[in-house]
Design a protein around this ligand. Sequence first.
Ligand SMILES: [Zn+2]
Length: 683
Amino acid sequence: MQMSYPIIKSTVIALVILFTGCSQPENKTQLQKPDFKKETLTQSIQPGDDFFRYVNTNWMDSNPIPDDKSRFGWFDILLENNRNKLKTLFAEAAKGSKEKGSVAQKIGDFYASGMDTLAIEKEGLANIQFILDQITQINSPIELAKTIGYMHSLQLNPLFYYYASADEKNSTINIAGIYQGGLGLPDRDYYLEDDDASIEIRAAYHAYLEKVLSFSGEDEASSEVNAKQIITFEKLLAEASYTRLKNRDPHLTYNKIKGEELNTEYPGINWNAYFEGLGHETPKEVNVNQTAYLKELENLISNQDLNTWKSYLKALTIRSLSAYLSSSYVNAHFELYGKVIQGKEMMEPRWKLVQGVTGNALGEAVGQLFVERYFPPEAKQRMEVLVENLRIGFAQRIDQLEWMSADTKIAAKDKLNAIKVKIGYPNKWRDYSGLDIEPNSYVSNVLASNRFDFAYSMNKIGKPVDTEEWHMFPQMVNAYYSPTGNEVVFPAAILQPPFFYLDGDDAVNYGAIGVVIGHEMTHGFDDQGAKYDKHGNLSTWWTAEDSAKFATRTQVLVEQFNQYQIKDTVYANGELTLGENIADLGGLNISYAAYQTAIKDKGDIVDIDGLNHKQRFMISYANIWAQNIRDKEKLRRTKTDVHSLGEFRVNGALRNFDAFYKTYELTENSQMFLNKESRVNIW
Ligand SMILES: [Zn+2]
């Protein structure tokens, strides 16, 4: 499990997602049959040397990265297709009667406000001035704490996130949580490392801050001084922040206390003022994820002068909202976050950006329109069958594991049987009637939506977890496993080619969506998921001996991935990506086992387009990760993403998969070859 930043805006909760991307997906040709042919495979590359490029070179050559993207793969193609579908739906919503308060009115007006660039240029900072004024007027630590609380209620998140999620040791109840945050760069490492890329990014961040401060009316001298001060301040936050690795330890980040104990445990922060600003009561219980970080905040509060605080809060407000302001702010934002950090060459067209923001603010309303139009009920039925076959395949694998004791096997199968499954879309849709959207100000609409989502989340604190709720929209090409819910969730949009072919042969579907299902199920049993029981509570259900054996095996996988070179002296981070790598390997093994059951009574399977069925299974797997990616984006992801790069998700997993060796007749001279003893077999 991991912190996954707002999959759905406002939920800062732990989910294990299939990949880290942007969001959402169609398909002009709407392939319902796979199109793999022997001729499209690269004959000059031996499959056992580099299976990723053997399968994908043709695809990579014909799908260069567009200037406005940092990576281009199937997920991005589906995202683009999806945008065209949503464009149609939005246009229809805007055309209808638009009765005030209706979903169509909200979607239509939100989108229109974002496209009205004339009004946006004219309004300048006028519609966020009330926040900036409050910051300017801070003149005591109490007012500082109150303002921080107020900003959190707008989901501008200085210092930390405050949110609701299931109690990890009592998973049926929601509690409040505090999680480190408040940095302007994507990870603490960017402030602390001295490699060329980090230095370049810090310099660009400095230039960015200077620019936006001067746009906001500061003179040259003061914007220069303040920019420097803000980065120095954020560096202190970065130093106090836990690393991503440390945050992967759910026991370390579980520190539940009574809400009122915040006052005694962290007295340097004025919590009463904070909750007053937030507009919500002190919670009964709260989980402080990073205790040492919060301690450090107390020091910061007593040591920093109010001017530094004000500069920090002001810059954070403008930075968080700059994508919804006038073009000078939008361009400066892109220059830093798009160009320098991700390597994009140009910005996406405005309609796509605004559609994304609207779709995020009204996600389930958009999702409802999406599934009514584009999601065939047959897909859900076929998917249900697949999931149950995968469950059987997984149980067979557990029975056959030679390293696990009988007792742990029983517990593992118990947990497997308890996994809940959600497919397509939620049974009940979220109600947006409390969200007021007007056609006249884009940034005001964004703030209204932030406030609405935050209140929605606060309302959950202390109440039972709603097991019907989804943490991803149906229009997103992705999937997740929730450790506290012990559930796997597959939104409608991933149930399309190349993941899922309604009329495809079994080999191809098991190689793609089957592996995805197996991947998500395995998350319940990866290095993190294995720490939660079948009810989703953080508790041990393994024998100590089996835990030790598990750790030994996973360590070998860590070492394998540590050897993959990303660029120059940068290597993949096997520890950070361990959970995902276990899930990829588990997904392959489990889906392959399920596939064997599916074809058991089918006799000989005929070759299709010159490829036998085992080859089609593996080609289908490699194909879903086909992608091109920029160097800057590779480096950024290596620091921040818990998923391995596409090429290693394919080659790094397959070289541990015995069936791959047989199907492609690998020899000791094959570059992907590993001795039988060096291959990792976990699930
Ligand atoms: Zn995953």
